[in-house]
Design a protein around this ligand. Structure first.
Ligand SMILES: Nc1ncnc2c1ncn2[C@@H]1O[C@H](COP(=O)(O)OP(=O)(O)OP(=O)(O)O)[C@@H](O)[C@H]1O
Length: 644
């Protein structure tokens, strides 16, 4: 049994690494012997290990030989021999750590080590990625390693049927998104309840055939080992909204749909400070007496006669809030007649996710797409609960240090920082603070032009799709050829990002578009200074800023990055509220030039928001915990009997 490192006090990464060095030496010592073996002998050695694991030998005793075999398989099949630092990362993940390895250090290859070792137990291992494309790419890329070692690989893709999923889960290792793993768990849970409630073949169930009359069976096995890629994104950023499967609408819910639609239509008739008041910090809308009067007077469809005025006020307030705060192509996109949330942290499309408290429906009504009902959840689970169900959990990411406390506290996973294979020579150019947005964007364009003239590739990160497009227009005006990525077409964008290191390339992207794709420098680019990354705004979390900055200077390449800021950036409004933000904006307008002396306030603002988000996540966890406790006492299933 593996001891959990998190049970002990935080121990510096360097101490752990020093402890694991002897293991690394033993793994390396096996190399000459393994290199002499034929492919079929390698497989035999692997199958012998599998036999020992399945006979109950602790996996920790098999680690040295297992990792040596995986290293040899990587060398033979992919021409990539796991670097020593990758072996150390693999050891750490075996011990339930979230490892921090910088961009381009080869996390995909590192993952094969713990995946293989845990897979030997024959109980299934899941590698959770952030999107379908990466799941497929990584499974295909790493497949030859597992195959040589006699293990099978499965991939889960969103559009797959239940049968295809079951097959993929039956493989020794399964790659898929965290979201699909979570939804499959919920669907299985619903199915098992149907089976239990007798809507199924009773004799079949008695024989242990967990299936319905139509032959349906759960797709997943008992959760055993999960390795989470981009662990901070998945375990922290995405953990703020639970995964939800909706139930069929009731009459009441159909009426609610009418109310959403009506409110969306009338929202623009309400005027700020006359009909309603807006609190910038809390982001709440409250109708004034005047506003309420207007709401009562407005004509309404007949069916709404049975809806109380108090509820109608709420529908209107929500519709106004959505009209102001939820901007298309920033907070969300409309894709195939559905609202898809753009993750506010990562700029990535969070398909399948929904805002809570009727906000999602209000946005649907605003965009005129089909309004899905808010209540009637059939099943739900939070990301925290889902991953905590695994017996063994580990993760990897480029940026975990800042979240170490939270990861340790919530997931019981220590964060271990793995040194880079080669020294990092990435350089930070001094931050620049401008008075206004206009001045900032002009300076961004100037810097792009300057770098472009030198032939250096430039990657520009923006916080939202509309800002990417705005910058794109400015660049077109200046005659600079460029590519814009906004996480709409993940696969194509990954290909474009892969080219972002070629001479003279300019790539504008919301922070995370094309994430997980390696940016290799084109010929002659290293001599010019490597890739230059421009960050046009600071994010709500420092971690996200580092994800973007880390895209230059990979694997010891040269590279630079610079942070651009403006005194009217949204970050300040979000952190300090309207009054203080206005003060800064006015200072910004008072004179031309730079305001670099204000640079520290941006980090301060970021810290305020980070703390606020953390409190929100903690509150969600607390609420879920209490709810589950209560439901268990009532004999209910906390994942299925969810209150609306
Ligand atoms: N041991 C190795 N030997 C040779 N090349 C390697 C090795 N490990 C990784 N690489 C190469 O390094 C590159 C980066 O790998 P990978 O995309 O897995 O990085 P990453 O750490 O996941 O980065 P990101 O943070 O962008 O996801 C790949 O092109 C891969 O081929």
């Amino acid at each position: 049994m593996v001891g959990s490192l998190a049970a002990t006090l935080p121990i510096p990464s360097s101490v752990w690494i020093a402890r694991w060095k002897p293991l690394l030496q033993k793994i390396s010592a096996l190399e000459p012997e393994l290199q002499k073996l034929s492919d079929s002998d390698i497989r035999k050695r692997s199958l012998a290990l599998r036999y020992r694991a399945r006979s109950g030998e602790p996996l920790s005793r098999l680690l040295v030989e297992a990792y040596a075999l995986v290293r040899e398989a990587g060398r033979r099949k992919l021409n990539m021999r796991h670097f020593d630092v990758q072996i150390l990362g693999g050891i750490a993940m075996f011990h339930h750590a979230i490892v921090e390895m910088q961009t381009g250090e080869g996390k995909t290859l590192t993952a094969t080590l713990p995946m293989y070792l845990y897979a030997l137990a024959g109980r299934g291992c899941h590698l959770a990625t952030v999107n379908d494309y990466l799941a497929k790419r990584d499974a295909e890329w790493m497949g030859p390693i597992y195959e040589l070692l006699g293990l099978t690989v499965g991939v889960i893709q969103t559009q797959m049927s239940q049968n295809e999923r079951r097959k993929a889960y039956a493989a020794d290792v399964t790659y898929g998104t965290a979201k699909e793993f979570g939804f499959d768990f919920l669907r299985d849970r619903l199915l098992l309840r149907r089976i239990r409630e007798g809507q199924t073949d009773v004799i079949g169930a008695m024989l242990g055939d967990n299936g319905t009359e139509s032959g349906e069976k759960p797709v997943q096995r008992e959760p055993f080992f999960a390795l989470v890629d981009e662990a901070d994104s998945i375990l922290i950023d995405e953990a703020r909204t639970p995964l939800i499967i909706s139930a069929l609408p009731t009459e009441e819910e159909k009426l609610a749909v009418e109310c959403y639609k009506w409110a969306a239509k009338v929202a623009d008739q309400f005027i700020e400070d006359v009909d309603y008041e807006y609190d910038h910090e809390k982001k709440t809308v409250e109708l004034t007496r005047e506003g309420r009067r207007k709401a009562r007077a407005l004509p309404k469809p007949e069916v709404m006669a049975s809806v109380g005025m108090f509820h109608i006020y709420e529908y209107i307030e929500r519709a106004i809030k959505v009209a102001r705060d939820f901007i298309r192509d920033r907070e969300y996109v409309v894709k195939d007649g559905e609202i898809v949330i753009v993750d506010e942290f990562t700029g990535r499309l969070a398909e399948g996710r929904k805002w809570r408290d009727g906000i999602h429906q209000a946005v649907e009504a605003k965009e005129g797409v089909e309004v899905t009902v808010a209540t009637g959840q059939a099943a739900r689970i939070t990301i925290q609960d889902f991953f905590l169900r695994y017996r063994h959990l580990a993760g990897m990411t480029g940026t975990a240090r800042d979240s170490a406390w939270e990861l340790r506290k919530i997931y019981k996973c220590p964060v271990i920082v793995i040194p880079t294979n080669r020294p990092v020579i990435r350089k930070r150019l001094p931050d620049l603070v401008f008075g206004t947005q206009e001045a900032k964007w002009q300076a961004v364009v100037d810097e792009i032009c300057e770098m472009h003239a030198q032939g250096r590739p430039v990657l520009v990160g923006t916080r939202s799709i509309d800002k990417s497009e705005y910058l794109s227009r400015l660049l077109t005006e200046r005659g600079i050829e460029h590519q814009v990525l906004n996480a709409h077409h993940i696969e194509e964008e990954a290909k474009i990002v892969a080219q972002a290191g070629q001479k003279g390339r300019v790539t504008v992207s919301t922070n995370m578009a094309g994430r997980g794709t390696d940016i290799r420098l084109g010929p002659g680019v290293a001599e010019l200074g490597g890739l230059h990354v421009i960050c046009t705004e600071m994010h709500d979390a420092a971690r996200i800023d580092w994800q973007l900055r880390g895209r230059c200077g990979r694997q010891g390449d040269p590279g630079t990055f610079r942070q651009f800021l403006a005194l009217d950036d949204e970050l300040l409004l979000k952190a300090f509220g309207a009054k203080k933000a206005k003060k800064y904006a006015e200072i910004g307008k008072s004179r031309p030039g730079l305001f670099n002396e204000y640079a520290p306030i941006f980090r301060k603002a970021q810290k305020i928001i980070e703390r606020r988000h953390f409190r929100e996540r903690r509150a969600l966890m607390h609420f879920e915990r209490e709810r589950k406790k209560m439901q268990r006492q009532m004999g209910q299933d906390p994942y299925l009997d969810t209150p609306g």
